[in-house]
Design a protein around this ligand. Structure first.
Ligand SMILES: [Zn+2]
Length: 250
C-alpha cells in the first residue's frame, strides 16, 4: 500500500457530519516538518493539537477491526468483538475502521546520573552519562584525582531530568546497506562528505532524502554532500547511546 501525507487545517459540520479540511503535502515538506524521513508506505497527517497552542502534531493512520455498530449488542456493558451480522457489515459482524493517532517516535534514552562523594554534603555533584549506576560510579572513581577516594565513598543517583533523548533506528534507516550507513556516520562526524556526484551509495542517500548535494566541488563531477535534517536524525540513530559503551544499544 502506498501512503500519503496531509495537513489538516480545520473542519466543518455538514448535515451533522464532520468534514475535515485536508490539504495534500509533498513528502519533502512533510519530512522537513517531521524532522525525519516519513515512511512512504504509511498515511500521515499533521493535525493541530488544541492542547499545545494548536501546533500541528504528526499523526499516523492506524486501522483496526471492531464490532459492526449496526448489529453489535448494545445492551451489553462490555462491547463484544463481533456483532450478530447485518446488511451493513455484509453479515460478518465486523467493520474495518481507520483513524489518525499522534505518532510516538521510538527513542533511546542516554541515562544521566549525579555522582557525589559521600562526605560532600553541599556539592551538587557531577553529571555522568552511563548505562548503569555501577558504570557511573566507576567513571567518577577514574576521574577523581585523589588517591584517598574509594569506590564506596561515591554516591550515585539517577537524574532523569538530565537524560538525553536520542532517536531510535527506524525501518528505512535499518534497511540501508553498510556502505550507506558508513557514509551517514562519516558525514555526521565530518559535517560533509566529498565524492563523485555519480557515486552509487551517495545517489541512493540523496534519493532517500538523507543527503543533499551542495553543488560545490573542486573538480567537475565531484561535490560536497551534507546531511538533511532527516539524514541527521538517521545518522544519530545509528550511533551508540553511550560512545564509551558501544554494546548498549537500547
Ligand atoms: Zn453488522
Amino acid at each position: 500500500m502506498s501512503g500519503s501525507v496531509i495537513m489538516r487545517t480545520g473542519h466543518e459540520v455538514v448535515d451533522g457530519k464532520i468534514i475535515h479540511n485536508d490539504q495534500a503535502m509533498s513528502w519533502e515538506e512533510a519530512d522537513k516538518r517531521a524532522g525525519f524521513r516519513l515512511d512512504r508506505r504509511k498515511s500521515w497527517a499533521f493535525i493541530p493539537n488544541k492542547h499545545d497552542l494548536g501546533i500541528p502534531e504528526l499523526c499516523e493512520m492506524i486501522s483496526f477491526t471492531r464490532a459492526c455498530s449496526g448489529c453489535e449488542d448494545s445492551e451489553s456493558m462490555y462491547p463484544s468483538a463481533v456483532g450478530a451480522g447485518c446488511h451493513e457489515c455484509g453479515y460478518t459482524g465486523k467493520s474495518r475502521e481507520t483513524c489518525f493517532v499522534p505518532f510516538c517516535r521510538p527513542e533511546r534514552i542516554r541515562k544521566a546520573w549525579r555522582a557525589t562523594f559521600a562526605d560532600d554534603f553541599h556539592g551538587i555533584g557531577e553529571l555522568i552519562s552511563a548505562p548503569t549506576a555501577s558504570k557511573a560510579r566507576y567513571q567518577k572513581f577514574l576521574s577523581a584525582d585523589c588517591d584517598a577516594v574509594t569506590f564506596a565513598s561515591i554516591r550515585v543517583t539517577r537524574s532523569p531530568d538530565d537524560d538525553i533523548i536520542l532517536p531510535a533506528v527506524d525501518a528505512i534507516t535499518a534497511a540501508l546497506d553498510e556502505e550507506a550507513k558508513s557514509v551517514l556516520n562519516h558525514t555526521l562526524i565530518n559535517k560533509r562528505f566529498y565524492t563523485a556526484t555519480d557515486d552509487k551509495a551517495i545517489c541512493s542517500l540523496v534519493q532517500a532524502g538523507l543527503l543533499e548535494n551542495t553543488g560545490r566541488g573542486w573538480n567537475t563531477g565531484e561535490s560536497y554532500f551534507v546531511l538533511t535534517d532527516a539524514g541527521h536524525t538517521a545518522a544519530v540513530s545509528l550511533r551508540p547511546i553511550y560512545p564509551a559503551y558501544p554494546e548498549y544499544r537500547a
